[in-house]
Design a protein around this ligand. Structure first.
Ligand SMILES: Nc1ncnc2c1ncn2[C@@H]1O[C@H](COP(=O)(O)OP(=O)(O)O)[C@@H](O)[C@H]1O
Ligand SMILES: [Mg+2]
Length: 194
């Protein structure tokens, strides 16, 4: 099987596995990852944090979002409809942000120009992923958005941490030249760093 076909097959297989997690497994996973992040040594000094609103069995960040709001952190989420030219934009997400469904049926804030942040201004990006391996290689949904974001990062900021269920770990991600590995991945049972 050639690499693009293998990548598609792995995406399908792992997405099915995470979608099959029970509501209890999902909520235990969210709490475990919340606990790791609450004790993350770098989080205290971070203000602007981008994350995602879960769909398709992704690790649910709602408990983390509520906690970040309580800590007066600035929370940002990607705006899918602004993903023109392959670039991802992050929009402020507040407890009272007006929300709408995007073309994938995912809830996202209604666009306001002055609520969009330049990615260089972010301290932390919590990146979703479909599959990862023990080397920090990442397979996404196939849009390449986080690869483009990682390619733009020059230096330490923002820190990008991948979040996933344990069942999303595979033996080896068949990587392509443009894939950027992650420096940290957090799952409910382990914090990986490279
Ligand atoms: N830095 C980049 N600049 C331009 N295009 C990129 C970059 N990184 C990835 N891409 C493109 O994005 C597409 C999807 O990438 P892929 O790695 O398959 O998706 P994902 O990372 O979401 O699994 C590829 O066609 C690739 O050429
Ligand atoms: Mg990629």
């Amino acid at each position: 099987m050639n690499s693009p076909d293998l990548r598609q097959q792995l995406r399908k297989q792992v997405r099915q596995q995470r979608c099959a997690l029970s509501p209890t497994q999902q909520s235990e996973a969210s709490q475990a990852v919340l606990a790791y992040l609450q004790s993350h040594p770098q989080l205290d000094n971070m203000q602007a944090i981008a994350l995602y609103l879960a769909f398709d069995g992704e690790l649910d960040l709602q408990p983390l979002i509520e906690w970040l709001w309580l800590q007066n952190k600035q929370v940002y989420v990607p705006l899918v409809d602004l993903m023109e030219m392959g670039e991802m934009h992050f929009h402020r997400y507040r407890p009272n942000s007006p929300m709408q469904s995007n073309r994938f049926g995912i809830s996202e804030p209604v666009f306001k120009r002055n609520e969009v942040i330049d990615c260089q201004q972010l301290d932390l990006v919590l990146a979703p992923l479909v599959a990862f391996d023990s080397q920090g290689n990442r397979l996404g949904m196939g849009g390449g958005y986080y690869d483009r974001l990682l390619a733009k990062i020059d230096g330490e900021r923002p820190l990008v941490i991948g979040l996933a269920h344990d069942c999303q770990q595979i033996n080896e991600v068949p990587i392509q030249a443009w894939d950027k590995p992650l420096k940290q991945i957090i799952t409910p049972s382990k914090c990986w760093s490279w």
